[in-house]
Design a protein around this ligand. Structure first.
Ligand code: ZN
Length: 489
């Protein structure tokens, strides 16, 4: 069906109009409509805005695709659709949307609450697994803001970036937050080496490096809030070995890209993708070094004690978690930045603690759970598609574990043939089934038949387009539960 016939339909009033999407600029009125299962901008009137939008004109209206080019036009005339930075005094939540369709539901969730959404948030890994690019990620977020009439601003996070080329690209495309992944500069082997090995490697460091750390930290005790942090020789040597190169990398990236940026950028440091939890003392050392070098950061993501697995609740000793969280939060507060909680989806048993110890100055990242809510809609409304996806995910689970660390036991998942259609959504309440579908998203979305057509993708998106209100409602409920527990009013 060509644009001409769609425009005829729209002109005849056969289109759904998103009620909050009506906007006006000088002589142009526009709104977002849906016709023949696709969304468009419908513009009418005269002036620069309608002239600059690309689209088809008939009967005095212009029907415009939700394209990248049109998003840039929308950005120019409606500044609230441009991603923005929020700074260190804010409460923020990362709402990664691998499908590009969760934005409206996310905005309905945060609307009226004291929190800013980082709507656009994807890692390079997620882009590769979903076959998307960073332009599409911001396009989806900007159009969501337009559709919902959400004028309070949203952020865009280049998540877990490791390479300079990706950092440069994300900043050039308008990302307003950068999460620097330092996992390639962190020496995990040193974290687990025995004392003799630590001594040997430490002595091999340049003398200037050793002198720097020893004169600043050795046998000293620091305080952050009511917490104290002490560095004896063994701890300090190990920390220097594990983090020195990563600290240099953080400083380098800050100096080269963040400090020189033509706009504010929320700079997050992530040291969470390590083999061992980040000891509070190690966090302090990294923070103190960044502070001494005038590196101004938005937030830091340590790896917390226990397991923060994707899409399921916290696994571990809550009392110990609380004890360490208190120190991590005090360190963040001492240096003036926010604590960031990665893999924050569904960590219901720790949210109240996070809200309490950070006094609401946190960044919590979610991503996969938003995809799982979409899968839940499919399970409820298109059982045959769900069954095919579930089966395919089981057959391809091993491949997906190359990208994600989970402890899923497939034997715990009830066999599909024993489950009635009505019971299918219940899979989304079981940890093993959640993880099965959580980590196989890329494989499912990219799966193709022999003739190259998509195995699930097209039908999946069609189902969610038909059920978009259900999806928005589900996100409101599920992410809303996160916010309630985090204490976000
Ligand atoms: Zn992370």
């Amino acid at each position: 069906m060509g644009a001409q016939s769609v425009i005829e339909q729209v002109a005849a009033g056969n289109a759904y109009v998103y009620p909050r999407s009506k906007h006006e600029h000088e002589g142009t009125k526009l709104q977002i409509v849906k016709a023949a299962d696709r969304k468009y901008i419908l513009a009418e009137g005269s002036g620069k805005l309608i002239d600059e939008l690309e689209g088809e004109t008939a009967n005095g209206v212009k029907l415009c695709e939700l394209s990248h080019a049109n998003r840039l036009v929308i950005n120019k005339f409606f500044p609230f659709t441009v991603p923005q930075a929020f700074g260190k005094q804010s409460t923020t939540i990362g709402l990664g949307d691998r499908l590009g369709i969760a934005g409206p539901g996310h905005l309905q969730t945060v609307k009226g609450r004291a929190i800013h959404p980082i709507l656009a948030q994807q890692s390079i890994r997620e882009l590769a697994l979903t076959g998307r690019d960073y332009k599409q990620v911001i396009d989806a977020a900007a159009y969501a803001a337009l559709q919902e009439g959400y004028t309070e601003g949203y952020g865009a996070d280049g998540d877990h970036l490791k390479k300079e080329e990706d950092i440069r690209m994300s900043l050039d495309l308008g990302f307003t937050m950068l999460t620097l992944d330092c996992s390639e500069q962190i020496d995990n082997a040193a974290a687990q080496a025995d004392e003799a090995e630590v001594n040997r490697k430490y002595e091999a460091l340049p003398e200037a490096v050793r002198t720097h750390y020893e004169s600043n930290y050795l046998n000293k005790t620091f305080t952050a809030g009511s917490q104290s942090i002490h560095f004896d020789a063994a701890t300090l040597k190990r920390d220097v070995l594990v983090y020195h190169e990563a600290i240099e990398f953080m400083v380098f990236i800050y100096e080269k890209y963040i400090k020189t940026a033509d706009r504010a950028v929320d700079f997050e440091i992530s040291i969470d993708e390590t083999l061992t939890p980040t000891a509070p003392g190690s966090h302090f050392l990294v923070a103190s070094e960044l502070n001494a070098k005038n590196v101004d950061i938005f937030s830091m993501a340590p790896r917390f004690i226990g397991e923060f697995q994707k899409g399921i609740d916290y696994i571990g000793d809550l009392a110990q978690f609380e004890q360490e969280l208190a120190v991590h939060a005090a360190i963040a507060d001492h240096f003036g930045y926010k604590l960031s909680i990665h893999s924050g989806s569904d960590k219901f048993s720790v949210f109240a603690l996070v809200g309490k110890y950070t006094n609401g100055r946190f960044h919590v990242k979610t991503a996969g759970t938003n995809w799982l809510e979409a899968v839940r809609i499919v399970a409820r409304t298109n059982p045959s598609l769900y069954r095919k996806m579930h089966q395919y995910a089981l057959e391809h689970f091993e491949e997906a574990t190359a990208y994600y660390h989970v402890t899923t036991n497939l034997d715990n998942i009830r066999p599909l043939k024993e489950v009635t259609d009505e019971e299918l959504p219940k899979y989304m309440e079981e940890n093993d089934a959640r993880q099965l579908l959580h980590i196989t998203y890329g494989i499912l979305l990219q799966a193709k038949r022999e003739d190259g057509s998509s195995l699930f993708r097209d039908e999946f998106f069609r189902t969610l387009s038909e059920r978009e209100e259900d999806y928005a409602h589900a996100l409101k409920k599920h992410i809303g539960k996160h916010l309630d527990l985090l204490g976000v009013k």
